[in-house]
Ligand binder design. Structure first.
Ligand code: ADP
Ligand code: ZN
Length: 738
């Protein structure tokens, strides 16, 4: 018998080994093995078990090395998960070992990883049964000793250290009782519980309203993934909970994915209070020990419901019945390092591989999912009304005057809150390192005609570049829109906004939250808790404050410059702006106090902003999809970025240009043969041209079929392998194009 093994060395191929007869019956797919590799011993996973070599004459000409040992007989991967790993590796064009590594927490793979053992004390019984002890009749014990044994019996045993504390005794006193045969003290695996210390009250299912019942029925019946489109507060979580309960009743398990930033104790508590011990939590703040224990609780079947961020999509849940992806539009589901997978897409794939239901929930679905629902690939379930208390805030769009940071309307509204003792959040989306080139008079960015996207200003060679088609243009003299002369590429920063605000309201207590204030002075949580305790009247910050916050006393949210997010040179800029503003608007007036949202913009006719104001996702999606189709942008194409990095500026530029030219030729040949569309942009420096001494260039590929991109990439990578001083990587279905 032979076995194919994936070895953890990023070699992107499987190696064949002989299986010694003694191990043949124990070997299973998904097990961790140790195998000889060169002059050392390596570890790897059993990917496939081959036939009996002794019967094959052809293979007798060479001899395979035998595997050394099976490290753990319980497989780390089920056959279904291995199948998923293989498909994902093929899709994202990543080495299979990199996907295996992403799919298994490092804490579980570590050589010294194991369950924590601690001493457990219980009453000893002669035959090992749990009969009540016969302490009372034994005269040899002091009354104190008798009392101790009775207490241990009453408590049903306990961990040595906390037990000593509780009974006000010492380990040696208990050891003495062990010596007399009354107690048994032995090591036992003790779970490191991430929720330990928080008392969680059980919750009961709420009676569902009509929209929730219909959504639940759709989920229960659907043979395809369900897009649960429900406005903020429509009660999506209650629907998830009841869908999961139904799976548990049928003996199946569930995975719930939430964006990392939303993985707060409140979120976890909602699941834990419904399902108790059956919930396992996986998030980045877990210690290695906690992660190890949670993972093993999932694999053993002790935990049937997993709550976690994108990596939870790999959880080894047995008999998986349901995967929920909450806030499915969130970009944190995309992993930006190797393997660059999107957890929402893997959830859909896993559902298909394992026959599990998939629910994608959002108040502002991604246009990818929305189009899949429109085309019947997904089933749509709608919830348009709020389930609980609270009304939606009123949203106003206000014209920004050139040069001014605050409009009269926003200042008046803020003053009113200060007088009433209510709180205000002011939101300023920063452009980061990418800057558009804006007319100071009308605020319009100079844009690439072909791609209908703003150019990015590149200081180094003083020109404007498009990061999609790779086109560039010299700096214009006059605004192509209004004819005025004078451009700005800086925009307003949070510090400038703070200074202006202090001038207007010298006595207001203002907190600023951005990357600078967070890293230097306080933590993210410090600032938010101070604001929650009402130690400040105004919280001014970047997109950091947009999500997962719920402040009862906030009745005004101001968006200082909605254009800064709309003007990003990213095909998804409008979609992101809609999502962001819808989310920000949800922050105001969630409690009894009615809320108000004021959005400032240079262009109050903007269809995107007007859709936000009306709360009209469907109208926005319909018009935005037309733009995407006309420009050949996702979801009408697969967009991939080939990124080049080197410390040598000339190397990175010349290779990027050579790759672009070669891939373009390949694309032309491919189109001639198969009629598939593959558009290859010109090579050009990334928006962040140089970072930490690394020069960065990129090429954007767009194709109707993802396989054309994968083929082109494999072809060029094999044809022209880059030199060691150059790093080249491909990001399939890229979300970060600047
Ligand atoms: P979403 O996840 O869609 O934003 P939530 O699940 O957080 O909405 O629900 C919003 C509020 O409505 C919560 O306080 C929740 O307890 C309440 N709620 C949800 N469903 C019901 C229901 N059927 N009856 C009463 N209250 C509900
Ligand atoms: Zn362009």
């Amino acid at each position: 018998m032979t076995v194919k093994v994936a070895i953890d060395l990023a070699l992107d191929r499987l190696f064949d080994y002989e299986v010694p007869e003694s191990l043949e019956r124990k070997l299973a797919i998904g097990q961790l093995l140790s195998v000889p590799f060169g002059h050392r011993v390596a570890r790897g996973f059993a990917m496939a078990i081959g036939g009996d070599r002794r019967q094959s004459a052809a293979s007798e000409s060479y001899r395979l090395k035998p595997i050394e040992a099976i490290v753990d007989e319980t497989p780390f991967f089920t056959p279904e998960l291995l199948e998923l790993v293989k498909r994902v590796a093929a899709y994202v064009v990543a080495p299979i070992e990199s996907v295996l590594r992403a799919a298994l927490p490092a804490a579980v793979q570590k050589r010294n990883a194991r369950a924590r053992e601690q001493l457990f004390v219980e009453v000893a019984t002669a035959d090992g049964s749990r009969q009540p002890s016969t302490v009372a009749v034994d005269a040899h014990l002091t009354s104190r000793q008798r009392w101790l044994v009775e207490q241990v019996a009453r408590l049903g045993g306990g961990w040595l250290t906390p037990l000593c504390r509780e009974l006000k005794t010492t380990p040696s006193s208990l050891r003495a009782l062990e010596g007399l045969g009354f107690l048994a003290i032995a090591p036992r695996a003790r779970r490191r519980d991430p929720l330990m210390g928080s008392r969680i009250l059980p919750s009961k299912p709420l009676p569902l309203n009509a929209e929730q019942s219909a959504a639940l029925a759709t989920i229960r019946a659907a043979a395809r993934p369900v897009l649960l489109f429900g406005v903020t507060g429509s009660g999506k979580t209650e629907v998830y909970l009841q869908a999961i309960a139904a799976e548990l009743d049928a003996g199946r398990g569930a995975i719930v994915m939430v964006p990392e930033i939303a993985l707060t104790p409140q979120t976890v508590r909602r699941f834990a209070s419904r399902f108790g011990d059956r919930v396992a939590v996986l998030h980045s703040a877990l210690s290695d020990g906690e992660r190890y224990d949670e993972w093993h609780r999932i694999r053993s079947g002790a935990a049937r419901v997993v709550v976690g961020p994108r990596s939870a999509v790999w959880a080894p849940v047995r008999n998986l019945g349901l995967i929920v992806v909450d806030e499915e539009h969130e970009t944190s589901y995309k992993q930006e390092e190797l393997p660059r997978y999107h957890a929402r897409d893997i959830a859909v794939l896993r559902g298909a591989v394992e026959g599990a239901k998939v629910v994608l929930g959002s108040a502002t679905p991604s246009l990818e999912s929305w189009m899949n629902a429109k085309r019947g690939k997904y089933v749509a379930a709608m919830m348009r009304g709020r389930a609980g208390a609270g009304t939606l805030p009123t949203v106003r769009l206000v014209q920004m005057e050139s040069g001014a940071i605050f409009s009269r309307e926003l200042l008046d509204a803020t003053r009113l809150r200060l007088e009433r003792g209510e709180q205000t959040i002011l939101f300023l989306n920063r452009r980061g390192y990418s800057s558009a080139y804006l007319c100071t008079a009308c605020g319009t960015p100079v844009s690439c005609d072909a791609c209908a996207l703003p150019y990015t200003y590149h200081r180094a060679d003083s020109c404007l570049r498009c990061h999609i088609c790779g086109g560039w243009t010299p700096l214009p003299r006059k605004c192509p829109h209004c004819g005025a002369e004078g451009f700005d590429c800086r925009g307003i920063g949070t510090q400038r906004a703070e200074a202006a605000l202090r001038k207007c309201f010298p006595r207001a207590r203002i907190l600023r939250m951005d990357a600078d204030s967070v890293s230097r002075r306080h933590s993210h949580d410090d600032i938010l808790s101070a604001f929650r305790r009402h130690e400040a009247d105004v919280l001014l910050g970047t997109q950091m404050i947009a999500k997962g916050l719920d402040f009862p006393n906030v009745t005004l949210v101001g968006v200082l410059n909605a254009d800064s997010s709309l003007n990003l040179p990213d095909p998804r800029a409008a979609e992101r702006t809609f999502q962001l503003l819808a989310q920000v608007s949800g922050r105001a007036g969630r409690a009894e106090l009615p809320g108000e949202v004021i959005i400032q913009s240079h262009d109050i006719a903007s269809p995107v902003l007007n859709a936000v104001m009306r709360g009209d996702f469907e109208g926005f999606a319909a018009s935005e999809l037309k733009v995407r189709e006309a420009c050949f942008f996702p979801p009408f194409c697969h967009l991939a970025v080939i990124g080049f990095r080197s410390r040598d500026a000339r190397l990175v530029g010349s290779w990027a240009m050579m790759y672009a030219a070669s891939v373009a030729k390949y694309a032309a040949a491919l189109a001639a043969r198969r009629g598939a569309r593959l558009v290859v942009g010109d090579a050009g420096p990334s928006a962040l041209e140089k970072a930490d001494g690394w020069y960065r260039w990129q090429i954007v590929l767009r194709a109707t079929e993802v396989s054309s991109i994968a083929k082109a990439w494999r072809w060029i990578a094999a044809e022209r392998p880059p030199p060691a001083a150059l790093r080249v990587a491909v990001d399939i279905d890229a979300y970060n194009v600047i």
